[in-house]
Design a protein around this ligand. Structure first.
Ligand SMILES: [Zn+2]
Length: 308
């Protein structure tokens, strides 16, 4: 594997680092950290023991011995949280209440269903949910830094998304509110909410954005990235309403959908997961998560690839 495919710690601004894991597809997430002499604030962990240890080892090189005192989980998904148990026991983990509640009942950490190939092996990780929660905002003061944690106020990628904003360096960690060069996924959140959150992100006027998956985004690229998300969500909503009208189930609607340029993005089978969410929101019904994932496997003609 060449270096460009290896996970790497990028210095985004003074004391602000992003752990970027190519290619950002299923279970392969980004994380990060803010380093001060008084302690380190980590943003998300990784899916597996191996990937989280690689992140924490790289982080040690830039920490000058400062301990990890706080971690933030941007949302509940296992690629961002299963490594929590590898953080120091004394670190306080912050998350939205729905992240905590979801992790407490998440069955996937105990054994991943065979929807992906190879079936992910998390390694030696255990359930460790956030112990400090906020439904709105929270500010961490550490060293000479002010670290703002904010919830958009509505569901988007999930029902408990948090972003981490550094006003002094204008860096925004958005978690999975943005997927850069990877198909967006909103099946556990809201398609309409994911559209709404794009303007909320833009309003920060960040200089650097760390997406939950895919390469870093600078200020000059952001408008284009937001527009790409908007076009993708428009396609999801339009496909759902036409599918609905024609009496098609989400899988049939997905098979009929012309993805255009989105067909070239990794994880394009997510269209059916996103359609399941759009249908459930239209009908006001609960979404069948396992049924939706089975449909994604069907659309992909087999388990979905991962390099986790
Ligand atoms: Zn996610």
């Amino acid at each position: 594997m060449s270096d460009e495919h290896e996970p790497r710690l990028h210095t985004v601004a003074d004391g602000v680092h992003a752990w970027v894991q190519p290619d950002g597809s299923w279970w392969v997430n980004n994380a990060g950290a803010v380093v001060t002499a008084d302690g380190v604030v980590v943003v998300d962990t990784c899916a597996t023991e191996r990937r989280t240890r690689a992140f924490l080892t790289a982080l040690e090189q830039v920490c000058a011995g400062a301990p990890i005192t706080v971690a933030v989980n941007t949302h509940l998904h296992g690629d961002h949280t299963y490594g929590n148990s590898l953080l120091p026991a004394s670190a306080v983990i912050i998350g939205h209440p729905n992240t905590r509640a979801g992790l407490l009942v998440d069955p996937v950490i105990d054994g991943c269903p065979p929807f992906w190939t190879p079936v992910p092996d998390w390694g030696n990780v255990t359930r460790r949910p956030p112990t400090l929660t906020t439904q709105t905002s929270l500010t961490v003061h550490i060293g000479d830094r002010r670290i703002e944690i904010r919830h958009p106020g509505h569901p988007a990628h999930t029902t408990g998304d948090l972003v981490v904003w550094l006003p002094d360096s204008r860096v925004l960690f958005v978690g999975d509110l943005l997927f850069h060069q990877v198909t967006p996924l909103v099946f556990m959140g809201s398609v309409q909410g994911a559209v709404r959150v794009l303007d909320w992100i833009a309003a920060f006027e960040p200089e650097h954005v760390v997406p939950g998956h895919g390469p870093l985004i600078d200020a000059a690229e952001l408008a284009g990235v937001l527009e790409t998300h908007r076009r993708y969500y428009d396609l999801v909503l339009e496909t759902a309403s036409r599918g609905h009208r024609d009496g098609l189930a989400p899988l049939a609607a997905a098979r009929r959908c012309v993805l255009g340029t989105f067909a070239d993005l990794p994880d394009s089978e997510r269209i059916v997961l996103n359609l399941h969410r759009a249908y459930a929101d239209d009908l006001g019904t609960e979404m069948d998560l396992i049924g939706a994932l089975a449909d994604a496997v069907a659309l992909n003609n087999g388990p979905m690839p991962t390099s986790v």
